[in-house]
Design a protein around this ligand. Structure first.
Ligand SMILES: [Zn+2]
Length: 180
């Protein structure tokens, strides 16, 4: 059975015995996976995965991006490498940190789901979101704690918060259904 992108991210975390909380050293992880990161003055896209054969790969980054954006782009490109159906294709990615919103192509969404779970594990984010309101202060906390952009943190916070709300409402309807 196929794993979801989040399951692949959790699998990578397990195999490399990565801590679940705090900032992930994503460049070190890429090296351990057989990859190499380089930066170029590129225009029109933020990142590129280039499979090199024999399990090796290169990741090209836009050098003008902030370190936080670069970290998400690296995790996204690593997702293309780790998700088997993406693996042997070169991928050129325009805005990885914005492609969690469902408006982009499936492969882009999958790689960004992988990146979000790798950098901001759902289990930890849900525990942060569970303790209060979904607001900008909380997004800033997540951004600082995991060294991700405020945009990525806000998107992740909403994803994890909404699933909590959805879960709660489906539990309600189950309860109501049983009652009726
Ligand atoms: Zn991509």
């Amino acid at each position: 059975m196929h794993k979801t992108p989040s399951e692949y991210a959790r699998w990578v975390r397990r195999v490399h015995e990565l801590s679940h909380d705090g900032e992930l050293d994503v460049r070190d992880l890429v090296e351990r996976c057989g990859g190499r990161v380089d930066e170029f003055p590129i225009h029109g896209f933020a990142g590129l995965l280039l499979p090199l054969g024999d399990g090796f790969f290169g990741i090209a980054l836009r050098e003008g991006d902030s370190e936080k954006r670069k970290r998400f782009t690296i995790a996204h490109e690593l997702g293309h490498f780790c998700i088997p159906s993406h693996r042997d294709r070169a991928a050129l990615c325009v805005a990885p940190d914005l492609s969690q919103d469902g408006s982009n192509k499936l492969a882009e969404r999958e790689a960004s789901e992988f990146a979000a779970e790798l950098l901001m594990p759902r289990r930890v984010i849900e525990s942060i979101v569970a303790t209060g309101s979904i607001d900008i202060a909380r997004a800033l906390t997540i951004s600082a704690r995991f060294n991700v952009s405020l945009v990525s943190a806000a998107i992740r916070m909403c994803e994890c918060g909404f699933s909590k709300l959805c879960h709660a409402s489906s539990l309600n309807s189950v309860t109501l259904g049983e009652g009726g």
